[in-house]
Design a binder for this molecule. Structure first.
Ligand SMILES: [Zn+2]
Length: 269
């Protein structure tokens, strides 16, 4: 929970400092004292990440059916839609960052824990395939609890679908960048989130497949402190670099320039 989500001002969960909501928003939802990165919804990312006014959403009208006729799923979807003010847990669109055109996908943890069902899988796949077709870089900000169990096998199929779309982008020669945000787990980690050319993470992000208790129970060993945090994973090579919010535009535009080549020559607008 972020200190500015509640009615009253909560202290920073990391350092205990109290700051006003405006001040935290001005710091891109980070703690002005310790730099701790709080969870961020797509609407707030759109305010700082793309060049102002450049984001054009596509695949906006896709919404979930109830493929396995699970009781109560439609109601859950309606509640999530009202809470997150999104039709499902990801938005996709075209935009520019420092003048470089790209395809951007932003996930929401507020919408059913960022779970990947048919709509998330389809939108992510379309974003990757569009990148392949138009030879544009694709940047995805992930946050997810994993597969959407309310869609049964259909949610698991999205892992294969998004992974093959990522392979198409690779074959087309356009680069793929992922920014792992807090938390990224389960079927999203086990598919497109780990297939990028450069895998980045926000500071302090929890990244894993299963939770620590499940792993400890399976392997019968005590795990090192903080082993599923971004900083530990950079050290072990699962993540290439940590990207604080203030530096993300600069880093992404630099990475896009570094990946230009014969298959991906397109220049900034
Ligand atoms: Zn703090």
């Amino acid at each position: 929970m972020s200190p500015i989500e509640g009615e009253t001002m909560e202290p920073c969960p990391s350092c205990g400092a109290r700051h006003g909501g405006e001040e935290i928003l001005g710091a891109l939802k980070t703690c002005p004292s310790c730099g701790s990165h709080y969870r961020m919804e797509p609407v707030d990312r759109l305010a700082y990440l793309p060049d102002p006014g450049s984001f054009t959403e596509f695949s906006a009208n896709l919404s979930s059916l109830n493929p396995i006729d699970l009781a109560g799923y439609e109601e859950k979807l309606s509640e999530a839609e009202a809470k997150a003010r999104m039709k499902d847990a990801v938005i996709t669109g075209l935009c520019t960052i420092e003048g470089r055109p790209l395809i951007l996908a932003l996930m929401s943890f507020t919408f059913m824990g960022g779970s990947m069902g048919s709509v998330v899988g389809e939108k992510v796949s379309r974003a990757l395939l569009r990148g392949a077709e138009e030879k544009l870089p694709v940047v995805i900000y992930t946050t997810s609890g994993g597969a959407r169990m309310q869609e049964g096998i259909f949610s698991l199929m999205q892992m294969a679908k998004t992974s093959s779309a990522a392979a198409e982008l690779d074959r087309a020669g356009a680069p793929f960048f992922v920014v792992l945000c807090d938390p990224t787990t389960g079927g999203v980690t086990a598919s497109f989130a780990m297939l990028a050319d450069v895998t980045m993470a926000e500071p302090g992000a929890f990244i894993g497949f299963a939770g620590p208790r499940v792993i400890e129970g399976t392997i019968g060993q005590t795990l090192p402190e903080g082993f599923q945090r971004a900083e530990f994973q950079v050290e072990k090579g699962f993540v290439d670099l940590i990207v604080p919010r203030r530096e993300q535009r600069r880093i992404l535009s630099t990475l896009i320039d570094l990946h230009r080549g014969p298959a991906f020559p397109r220049n900034g607008t």
